[in-house]
Design a protein around this ligand. Structure first.
Ligand SMILES: Cc1ncc(COP(=O)(O)O)c(C=O)c1O
Length: 439
């Protein structure tokens, strides 16, 4: 492997002060709920797509379809808001049951509150496919909706799922938060569901946004409010600020620093983690707070987020994500102490992130956080009641899976640094965990 620049050297070259955040994981046997715990550095390598000139100029178009070709689309402020709208449009009534996968994040469950529905969690198989036998056992007269996820960009068996929903009179919401692009059996992802939802921040260099896709051209009438120009400017500035922090758009650095300086001089309304110069948890990036707020259900995404997501080069997104995923697969296959959860990259898939199973994640994770490794831990905190009896596989994913970025805006040196850092942390944890040699 090539010599990899340390993140600290990179930070020195970018002349931007290192941002700090809080971990939401309590190391050891802490409670299984997110909690602001120790301070950790914000990764130098961007976890999410990031603005650059190349994002608009290279490989403008792609032959890979997107969810937008699956029906009429409506742009909202987040994927979770699109789930809430889909539940409303599906006519879910108070007390109805909604089937959700046992491997999930809170932002998939929170929207049920806007229709007062109850979640019923179903099992997954080890390859992340839905367990239809378990679902069949759980369907009753008050079950109206099934939400299924194309995890990490990889489609479920959508033809079978569609037929199952038809046979059981269930509305299918295809959760494409991880699969904005891609196809299954010749049809775009998102086209098998009665409704599909997508999340813009995971595929485009924007700070908020989600889509609801449906056959209903009238769905857009539900959005009665637009975000004002100030909100749009904030979104745009925040995307540029992130780009500069991550060593992109260098010509805009003086401008960004001047605006940051002016902001620091402005009086702060009240004390919060952010006002103390600390970012909130990484997941609080979108236009909505971590808790689901139904007022956002009638608000359109800002013009800037829509414009960026419609104008970045889609060919570049698809090709680079596939390339980087392939490189990660080659690197971690046969690596000790971890294994790629998905071992093939079929045609028609545009991956979201690279899911890696780490044997000793409880030891490795805090070390990776301290080393500023860019990563996510989807499904780390499962909804109360989702335990090994309900789905052993999902609990295993929640305790052992991290996801590494493979997005289009990573640079080669950054990818090399991620691979080397994650490898070396896993290897040293293995060495420490080995029983001492006998004398
Ligand atoms: C599978 C899945 N569905 C829905 C969502 C909600 O998307 P958003 O963060 O845009 O609200 C997420 C967010 O991580 C997700 O991973």
């Amino acid at each position: 492997m090539t010599q990899v620049a340390s993140p600290l050297r990179k930070r020195a070259s970018s002349k931007m002060k290192r941002r700090m955040t809080h971990s939401i994981t309590v190391p050891g046997d802490g409670p299984n709920v997110p909690q602001l715990s120790r301070r950790i550095p914000v990764p130098d390598v961007p976890v999410w797509p990031i603005l650059s000139a190349a994002a608009f100029l290279e490989e403008r178009t792609s032959s890979m379809p997107s969810v937008l070709s699956a029906g009429h689309s409506v742009y909202v402020t987040a994927g979770r808001i699109a789930i809430g709208l889909a539940l409303r449009l599906a006519g879910v009534a108070p007390g109805d049951k909604v089937l959700l996968p046992a491997y999930h994040c809170a932002s998939m469950v929170d929207p049920l509150s806007c229709v007062s529905a109850s979640p019923v969690f179903y099992r997954l198989n080890e390859d992340l496919s839905v367990d239809l036998e378990d679902i069949a056992r759980k369907v009753d007269a008050s079950t109206h909706v099934l939400i299924a996820v194309n995890y990490f960009g990889f489609p479920q068996d959508l033809e079978t799922l569609r037929k199952f929903c038809d046979d059981h009179h269930l509305v299918l919401i295809e959760d494409c938060a991880h699969s904005f692009f891609g196809e299954f059996a010749g049809r775009p992802l998102g086209s098998y569901g009665d409704y599909a939802i997508a999340s813009l921040t995971k595929f485009f260099p924007v700070k908020e946004g989600g889509c609801l896709i449906s056959a209903d051209p009238e769905a857009r009438k539900l959005l009665r409010r637009a975000r004002g120009p100030i909100a749009g400017l904030r979104q745009g500035f925040s995307a540029i600020e992130d780009a500069v922090y991550h060593d992109r758009l260098a010509t805009l650095r003086p401008l960004v620093q001047a605006i940051q300086q002016a902001r620091r001089l402005r009086p702060r309304p009240k004390s919060s983690p952010k006002s103390q110069g600390v970012d909130g948890p990484a997941d609080m990036r979108s236009g909505v707070s971590e808790d689901f707020d139904p007022r956002w259900l009638e608000v359109k995404a800002s013009g800037i987020s829509m414009w960026i997501s419609r104008n970045v080069s889609t060919g570049r997104i698809a090709r680079r994500r596939r390339d980087f995923f392939g490189r990660m697969l080659a690197h971690f296959t046969a690596h000790r102490g971890c294994r790629p959860l998905i071992t093939e990259l079929p045609e028609g898939v545009v991956p979201y992130m690279f899911p890696l199973w780490v044997d000793d994640l409880s030891t490795v994770f805090p070390v990776l956080e301290d080393r500023a490794a860019p990563m996510q831990r989807f499904g780390q905190f499962l909804w109360p009641g989702v335990d090994e009896n309900l789905c052993r596989t999902s609990v295993g994913f929640s305790k052992h899976l991290i996801q590494l970025p493979c997005h289009q805006d990573l640079r080669e040196d950054e990818l090399d640094w991620v691979l080397e850092t994650v490898s070396s942390v896993i290897a040293s944890s293995r060495r420490r965990g080995r029983p001492p040699a006998r004398a």
